[in-house]
Design a protein around this ligand. Structure first.
Ligand SMILES: Cc1cc2nc3c(=O)[nH]c(=O)nc-3n(C[C@H](O)[C@H](O)[C@H](O)COP(=O)(O)O)c2cc1C
Length: 202
């Protein structure tokens, strides 16, 4: 997708609907458990990944790989002010949104209703389309240990970060998880729920 509004609009017109509703995944610029999250996306495969500008940089810092996803994973980058790709949520392309890992910045914007990046826009639009959301919020404890690209660091989330995570828990159809293991369980439970309801329909 290049620079003009016409290009952005045309790219969305041409985007192909997935064969069946799939998972939408928003990647933010949080490096916390970044590689395990990429691994889950690779394993699931049928995923559209909405990448913030910061996440585009962080992917490179952690992987040094220009093509870190397999072909079935579609990567949607943050190139338009209007977040043109969010229209896909209104076409029924996604059954669930995962935001993982979620930066302090993205969580803060989400809980105050700000939508000015691709992850914050997909959060708002998934909410308005009543699509279930799973958020791996990293600022859940007063101290946590995390992997920077070149070292292990100790992080002390501020009161405002912890308060914003608490606010997020009160959002409709939103599950906040605190670890990769919990994230995997929440995704598995959601996929099992969808498989169960598809079985009942068939
Ligand atoms: C290597 C690296 C690791 C980062 N890790 C975190 C993190 O764990 N948590 C966080 O909130 N921000 C982290 N950041 C900062 C975010 O990328 C930054 O706040 C950015 O503005 C977030 O934008 P986004 O929320 O639109 O993705 C990290 C930045 C870098 C360069």
């Amino acid at each position: 997708m290049s620079g003009t509004p016409e290009d952005a609009f045309a790219a969305e017109e041409e985007a192909e609907a997935p064969r069946r509703p799939r998972l939408a995944w928003a990647l933010t610029g949080s490096g916390h458990d970044f590689l395990p999250c990429l691994e889950i996306i690779r394993r699931i495969g049928e995923v559209d990944v909405f990448v913030s500008k910061a996440a585009s940089e962080v992917i490179w810092m952690y992987t040094r790989d220009r093509r870190p996803f397999p072909a079935e994973v579609r990567v949607i980058r943050d190139t338009t002010a209007s977040a043109a790709p969010v229209g896909r949520f209104y076409k029924g392309w996604y059954h669930t949104l995962v935001i993982a890992p979620a930066s302090s910045n993205t969580v803060a914007k989400c809980v105050f209703g700000i939508s000015d990046t691709l992850p914050t826009n997909v959060f708002a639009q998934a909410g308005k389309c009543r699509i279930p959301i799973i958020v791996y919020a990293c600022d859940t404890k007063p101290v946590h240990i995390t992997a920077a690209p070149d070292r292990i660091v100790t992080v002390y989330p501020r009161a405002v970060d912890l308060e914003n995570t608490e606010r997020l828990r009160s959002f409709e159809r939103t599950t906040v998880v605190e670890s990769v293991a919990e994230l995997e369980r929440a995704i598995a439970a959601r996929l099992a729920e969808l498989a169960g309801s598809a079985g009942q329909e068939g």
